[in-house]
Each structure stands twice: as C-alpha cells, then as structure tokens.
Design a protein around this ligand. Structure first.
Ligand code: CDP
Ligand code: MG
Length: 136
C-alpha cells in the first residue's frame, strides 16, 4: 500500500556554509523524495528555542539553539513514499561517526552538533515542523 507522506528537512548552517545544498538535495531527489518547498532563511535564537523545545531539558539545548540560529539554513518539505522514515535513513545516525556509509551525515557531518541536517522523527512531528516553517 502506498504511503505518501511529507516530512521536514533542514540543511543546517555547517552544510549551507560549505555550499552543500545542491549535493544534499540531489541525494533526496535521487532517492524518490521530491522537494515540494524550499527556502533559505536565518532564524532567531528564540525561534530555534521554540523549534527544539522538545530538547529543552537536555544539556546541549542552549548550544543547539545558538547553533541553528548562527547562519543561513535551508528548510524543505520532502514528499514521497514513507517520507519520514526514508529521510531519516538517508540522513544517518545523529553522530556522524556512527552513521552508515553514504548517508548524508557520514558524507558531510563534522560532529554530533554540526551534523549537517535535521529531519522530523515521526508523522506527527513532521506536521508540526512543516507548520512551524511554512504556515504563513
Ligand atoms: O537530529 P536527530 O533527531 O538525529 O537527533 P536528536 O537527538 O533529536 O538531537 C537534535 C540535535 O541536537 C542533533 O541533530 C544534534 O545536532 C544535537 N545534539 C547535540 O548537539 N549533542 C548531543 N549529545 C545530541 C544531539
Ligand atoms: Mg530529533
């Protein structure tokens, strides 16, 4: 049964800075994830804090919010079969050191914090995250 879904992807500042936008987008499109929307923006620390609210009790929260707001990012709506899980597979593990060969984080991630991409982790969070960036 076909399960066409949408998910939110972010190319983080470390990857935008290294001009990896096109390389990363190619990985999505070559793996049957269409890019329905895409925009390059910079967010404030307050917006980053709202976006990553789920991590507010974690020791890395403050640095994470500083980081996501430190430079331009590319936010995208990806669409395709099982898009949430498909995107997470293409991304690889949170820590690039643990990521499988040919995943985005293995190819381009620098460290656990500068790991090049964000991807929604569930259908419910995908809806929330898409609304966060694309609802007017
Ligand atoms: O991004 P992902 O869903 O794989 O990981 P997460 O556990 O939801 O954490 C969100 C982000 O916080 C990660 O992508 C890392 O950039 C950052 N993080 C960190 O800086 N240090 C950690 N120990 C864990 C996560
Ligand atoms: Mg996560």
């Amino acid at each position: 049964m076909s399960k066409i879904q949408q998910t939110l992807s972010i190319i983080k500042p470390d990857a935008v800075e290294r001009n990896l936008e096109d390389n990363i987008k190619k990985i999505f499109t070559e793996n049957n994830l269409g890019i329905k929307e895409s925009k390059k923006i910079q967010i404030t620390k307050d917006e980053a804090a709202e976006f990553y609210k789920v991590h507010q009790s974690k020791p890395f929260y403050n640095d994470l919010c500083d980081y996501l707001s430190s430079g331009p990012i590319v936010v995208m709506i990806l669409e395709g079969e099982n898009a949430v899980v498909a995107n997470r597979k293409l991304m690889g593990a949170t820590n690039p050191k643990d990521a499988e060969e040919n995943t985005i984080r293995k190819l381009y991630g620098i460290s656990i914090d500068k790991n090049s991409v964000h991807g929604s982790d569930s259908i419910e969070n995908a809806k929330k995250e898409i609304d966060f960036f694309f609802k007017n």
